[in-house]
Design a protein around this ligand. Sequence first.
Ligand code: PLP
Length: 362
Amino acid sequence: MSIPFEVQRNANPMPKAQREALLVNPVFGQNRTDHQVVCTWEKEKGWISAQVLPYGPILMDPASAVLHYAQEIFEGIKAYRFADGSIWTFRPHENAKRMQLSARRMALPEVPEDIFLESLKQLIAVDADWVPDASNEKSLYIRPFEIASENFLGVRATHRAEYRVIASPVGAYFTGGFKPISIWISQKSARAGKNGTGAAKSGGNYAASLVAQSEGYDNGCSQVMFLDAESSTYVEELGGMNLFFVFKDGHVATPALDGTILGGITRKSLIQLMQDRGIAVQERKISLDEVRSGITSGLISEVFACGTAAVITPIGGFKSTSETLNISATEPGPLTISLREELTGIQYGRVQDRHNWMYRLR
Ligand SMILES: *Cc1c(COP(=O)(O)O)cnc(C)c1O
């Protein structure tokens, strides 16, 4: 069920010299490209329009449902430039499926997969020059999102929605480079509860994580780890990244997807890459006690977090109001390093893509 995209080019794009200067070392999230995709949906009609428009503000009624009841979902996916100049993305069908899962949970209309894929291609068709070269792991971060756009203050699922795509050239997510980061253990706030919205990629989950994030910053940590909301016993994930624990005997464990954790595509891909290497990966409950004793005894040798934005980030230790657990403060572990090399190698076209994960955008 596709709809034709109407393209209206930006008459005042950023001048070439300015764009090129900016693409030398883009700060994560700071700049946007010249265009955006806007698709609209109405309850009785379905998806009725698809446009590529100049980038610009959303003219919105203050009574728009999204502003009051947070009916919003999003995705995060990158466009990579290969050495031959072609532009590719990573497993977009997975993002399309996950956005549909998020939509169902948040009572928003599902964006059909073909519209999702076409929206990425259409944006890259007009903003191709914004995809940086591969040096320093640069890429174009693409942010598809959907909002309830009906002007209505009553509480019910929206009758009108907008699916939009914007993009931002990015460099490394963490300014400190590929160095182990410290993680704050959130004890006072949880991110997602049983049967809640934790498995949906929704802004509300992030809003709920920010107090803990600030607490983490205040304590010298760059990210926060959330525990299960019911018992505060099991580790779940970071505010926007999944977690892996590497054991000295060679096996690896990651918290099972139980409805409160976001099913990361990086997570899923790393499990595959590890299994390809013959590494046993357990998806199971992991208690904070196990993490504590594993780190103290040396049974846990590496911990890393993963997600599209930061790829793979080594974790050097955990901190809370009551304890400090140190793994290795200075260097990432060997598995963390080699998985990162392999995954980024596939994403930038330097390593054979044996699972056909890469999808050509241009
Ligand atoms: C997006 C996200 C992730 C990572 O998912 P990827 O598909 O790997 O980018 C992990 N946790 C949360 C809460 C997220 O929103």
